[in-house]
Design a protein around this ligand. Structure first.
Ligand code: PMP
Ligand code: GLN
Length: 396
C-alpha cells in the first residue's frame, strides 16, 4: 500500500510475523497533517479534552502518591467502577476481583487477548473494514484472519458471509460495534446471529465496544455478552478514551469469565504488567458520573456528525451517515476521485485537509478503494473550516 511507509533495512530485519505491517495509517496521516498544516480529520481524537473534574482526580492522585506500580489487574476502585458500569448500563454482572482486567487502552486488551487465545494457524473471523491493530495482533499471535466484508451503502453484516467464514480452524470471532470506520451499530438480529454462530461452533467472541456510548438517534448499543449463552464465551473490551475524550490516557479494560480474564492477564502481565496508576482512580470517578454526562456526550457528537455529514454532502460527496462512533464514510467518486489512497495523499496540497482512506482496512481492497473516512470529533469551527477548504479546493 502506497501509504504504508516501509524501511528497506528495517524490513529485512523485521520478523516474518510483522512483514507488511508498515506504519499505522493514523500516525501516517497525523504526521502529514502536521507537516502540511492541514486540518486533521484523519486520526480519531477529540480536539477538546474531557471533563476537568476527571482530570482533577488524576492531578490529585499524582499529588497524593499514586505514582508507583498499580496492581497488575488494575486498582480496585477502577475494577469496581467498570463492574458497576456494566451493571448500570447493561444489567451485566462481573466480579470486580476475578472478571475485570485493566489494560493500557483497548489496544493492549485486544493484543493480549489474541496472544492469549490464538495459536499459530488458528483462524480469526473479523469484520472488515477492520481496525488496524486487529491485523497486527492476529499476525503477532500467528493467527490467520478471515474477513467478513461490510459493504456500502448500508455496511450491514452479511449473515451468509459470516457463516461461510467459519471453518474447523476458527478459534474466535472478533467483532466491533459501534464499528470503526463505518459507524455501523450491529442490530439485535445481527448480534443474535453472531451469538448463534458462536454457540453452534463453540467459538469465543472478542467484542470491541470502545464506542459504546456513541450510538446516535434511536440506535441502541447492545453488548454481545448480554445474549443468551454468550456471557462466558465473550471477551468484552472497552476503554476510557472515547467515553471521556481522553484518548491519550490509554486506560482500557476487559470483562470476561475468570478463566478468560486469567488467560488474557497471562499475556498482559508480560506486555506492560501495569500502566497509568494515577489515571485509574480518575477513570473510576468518570465511570460513576451521572447519566446526564453520557447523554450529553452522545448529543454533542451526534450534532457534530450531522454538521460534518451535511457539509460533506454539500461539497458533493456521497455520504453514508453513521449510526455511531467518531467517523463518517464517504464515496469520493461524485467529486471526481477514484482511489482513496491517492485522494487522501493529495488532499492536503489540494485543500489543506487530512482524511483516512478505507482501503487500508480491507483484504478486499476493491470494496474500500473509493471510500474515505472523516473524523467529526473536532470543534465546530474546525469542521466548518474543513468543509470550506474542501468546497474551495474541490470545485471543478
Ligand atoms: N478499537 C477501536 C475500534 C478503535 O477505534 C480504537 C481507537 N481508539 C481502539 C480500539 C483503541 O483504543 P485505545 O486508544 O483505548 O487503545
Ligand atoms: N482509533 C483512532 C482512529 O481510528 C486512532 C487510534 C490510533 O491512532 N491508534 O482514528
Amino acid at each position: 500500500m502506497a501509504v504504508r511507509r516501509v524501511h528497506a533495512m528495517g524490513d529485512r530485519q523485521l520478523s516474518e510475523r510483522l512483514q507488511g505491517l508498515g506504519t499505522t495509517i493514523f500516525a501516517e496521516m497525523s504526521a502529514l497533517a502536521v507537516r502540511t498544516g492541514a486540518v486533521n480529520l484523519g486520526q480519531g481524537f477529540p480536539d477538546t479534552d474531557g471533563p476537568m473534574e476527571i482530570r482533577d482526580v488524576a492531578i490529585a492522585a499524582i499529588r497524593d502518591g499514586h505514582n508507583q506500580y498499580a496492581p497488575g489487574i488494575g486498582v480496585p476502585e477502577l475494577r469496581q467502577a467498570v463492574s458497576a458500569h456494566q451493571q448500570r448500563f447493561y444489567d451485566l454482572s462481573f466480579d470486580p476481583d476475578t472478571e475485570v482486567l485493566v489494560t493500557a487502552g483497548a489496544t493492549e486488551a485486544i493484543t493480549a487477548t489474541l496472544l492469549a487465545l490464538v495459536d499459530p494457524g488458528d483462524e480469526v473471523v473479523v469484520l472488515e473494514p477492520y481496525y488496524d491493530s486487529y491485523v497486527a495482533a492476529i499476525a503477532m499471535a500467528g493467527g490467520v484472519r478471515r474477513p467478513v466484508t461490510l459493504r456500502p451503502p448500508d455496511f450491514r453484516l452479511d449473515l451468509d458471509a459470516l457463516r461461510a467464514a467459519v471453518t474447523p480452524r476458527t478459534k474466535l470471532l472478533l467483532v466491533n460495534s459501534p464499528h470503526n470506520p463505518t459507524g455501523t451499530v450491529l442490530t439485535d438480529d445481527e448480534l443474535s446471529a453472531v451469538a448463534a454462530v458462536a454457540i453452534e461452533h463453540d467459538l469465543l467472541v472478542v467484542t470491541d465496544e470502545v464506542y459504546e456510548h456513541l450510538a446516535f438517534d434511536e440506535t441502541v448499543h447492545r453488548p454481545l455478552a448480554t445474549y443468551d449463552g454468550m456471557r462466558d464465551r465473550t471477551i468484552t473490551i472497552s476503554s476510557a478514551g472515547k467515553t471521556f475524550s481522553l484518548t491519550g490516557w490509554k486506560v482500557g479494560w476487559v470483562c470476561a469469565s475468570p478463566d478468560l480474564v486469567g488467560a488474557v492477564n497471562t499475556a498482559k502481565q508480560f506486555m506492560t504488567f501495569t500502566s497509568g496508576a494515577p489515571l485509574q482512580p480518575a477513570i473510576a470517578y468518570g465511570l460513576g458520573l451521572g447519566d446526564d454526562y453520557f447523554t450529553a456526550l452522545r448529543a454533542k457528537l451526534q450534532a457534530k456528525r450531522d454538521r460534518l455529514c451535511d457539509g460533506l454532502a454539500s461539497v458533493g460527496f456521497e455520504v453514508f451517515v453513521p449510526q455511531g462512533t467518531y467517523f463518517v464514510t464517504t464515496d469520493i467518486r461524485p467529486v471526481g476521485g477514484t482511489d482513496g489512497v491517492e485522494f487522501c495523499l493529495s488532499l492536503p496540497a489540494r485543500c489543506g485537509v487530512v482524511a483516512v482512506p478505507h482501503q487500508v482496512f480491507y483484504d478486499d481492497v476493491e470494496t474500500g478503494r473509493p471510500l474515505v473516512r472523516w473524523a467529526f470529533c473536532k470543534r465546530d469551527d474546525v469542521l466548518d473550516e474543513a468543509v470550506d477548504r474542501l468546497t474551495r479546493g474541490l470545485r471543478p
